[in-house]
Ligand binder design. Structure first.
Ligand code: CAA
Length: 283
């Protein structure tokens, strides 16, 4: 299956990162979000990232212009009619995702693959919102997308082999490493990562140590690049809570119960780096 044009739905930190690596690999990209200012914010993040590459002498200013020139801003889902592949990176919410997929199914050409960057939601359920479940697949990038090498690829129950193969090839073309996993809540990455983050929050909640101490233990003791509370702020506490709820509901096991402190922070609007405050404060 030949893919030339990719549409990315959602211009937040994940969507803009995905758009960047796809454009860098030579694909024509539509970067879509609900409002022009959201797309603009995503684009300016991309320009800033690429600008750093120019400053470091890894890319010329002309190459930057070429990459940015391959990205078209979009606030109209109808632009999906141009796409061979759509990668959805909207908010982690099943109702929103199924609505988007049902619309994309109506708009996108028959041959187009519809992928979701969901970090924990069942691909089979998302696929059921369309009339082309064989062309629906999970393509889970890690944050920050331009830096992290992994893409988890998740087949839904009906995903066709040639669709899997196409997505694996594209993953390699954007210079990432594909790893195939089965469609279970949280897949592999968040099945393992989120309970660790949740446990770090319980450790803080129960007064076992300060936030700085918890992060320092995991950084220096386990060689993690970031402590778990810093990482939670970086991912977004609302996303962490949503993933824990998905694990809790999906497995029905109390070991996945979200820490009450996590709930409290999210209710307070302390969502981490993006809101200026989470476990730490940010400018
Ligand atoms: N966007 C693009 N590039 C970035 C970046 C960003 N947001 N942040 C850092 N970088 C680049 C820097 O430019 C630098 O590049 P060069 O080496 O080419 O110069 C490189 O990354 C290292 O950056 P720094 O020296 O500033 O900082 P660092 O060494 O602490 O690395 C980090 C930053 C890569 C984010 C590192 O701290 C890290 O790996 N943290 C853990 C990230 C992680 O676990 N991600 C997974 C989150 S979970 C997820 O995504 C799945 C989910 O579903 C929730």
């Amino acid at each position: 299956m030949s893919v030339k044009t990719i549409m990315v739905i959602g211009a937040g930190q994940m969507g803009s990162g995905i758009a960047q690596v796809c454009a860098q690999a030579g694909y024509d990209v539509f970067l879509n979000d609900l409002k022009p200012e959201f797309v603009e914010r995503g684009l300016s993040g991309i320009k800033k990232n690429l600008g750093r590459q120019v400053d470091k002498g890894r890319m010329t200013a002309e190459q930057l212009d070429e990459v940015v020139g391959r990205i078209t801003s979009s606030t109209d889902l109808n632009d999906a009619k141009n796409a061979d592949l759509v990668i959805e990176a909207a908010v982690e919410n099943m109702d929103i995702k199924t609505k988007i997929f049902a619309q994309l199914d109506e708009i996108a050409p028959e041959h187009a693959i519809l992928a979701s960057n969901t970090s924990s939601l069942p691909i089979t359920e998302i696929a059921a919102a369309t009339k082309r479940p064989e062309k629906v697949i999970g393509m889970h990038f890690m944050n920050p997308v331009p830096v992290m090498k992994l893409v988890e690829i998740i087949r839904g129950l009906a995903t066709a082999d040639e669709v899997y193969q196409t997505i694996e090839d594209i993953t390699k073309t954007v210079e990432k490493v594909p790893v195939e996993v089965n469609d279970f809540p949280g897949f592999v990455s968040n099945r393992i990562l989120m309970p660790m983050i949740n446990e770090a929050i319980y450790t803080l909640y129960e007064g076992v140590a300060t936030k700085e101490a918890i992060d320092e233990v995991m950084k220096l003791g386990m060689n993690h690049p970031m402590g778990p509370l810093t990482l939670a702020d970086f991912i977004g506490l609302d996303t962490c809570l949503y993933i824990m709820e998905t694990l809790h509901e999906g497995f029905g096991d109390d070991k996945y119960r979200p820490c009450p402190l996590l709930r409290k922070y999210v209710k307070a609007g302390w969502l981490g780096k993006k809101s200026g405050r989470g476990f730490y404060t940010y400018e």
